[in-house]
Write a protein that binds this ligand. Sequence first.
Ligand code: ZN
Length: 118
Amino acid sequence: MKWYGASQRRGTLSRLAPDGKDVKAVTLYTHTFFLIEDGRSDEQKQPHYTAVGATPEEAEAMAFAVYQRAMDCNHAMQQKGPMLIECSHCGIQRRVLLPPAPPVAVTRKAERRFFNLF
Ligand SMILES: [Zn+2]
């Protein structure tokens, strides 16, 4: 697989999976790629994607499929979390630093009025 303009990182994580009546720890493999933009060195701010697979090869293949899609994508980034946006087409993610939230207007619950019916 040829990765151009992307740095990669492999890792593992363990999850608990059912094993009969028990649970067992299963090791999964992650493959993360970061698209390098403007020579920025801060990986945390670059578009990235992490695939998880049962083997390192599977994780890399999944990540590579997203990478290929991302290359041809006119990203439509949508808010995914407080500090995360995600492309709804290819699935690539990017961390964002949001400006401080404006003060939330405190809305009072509408007061209930009780009328006596005659
Ligand atoms: Zn995209």
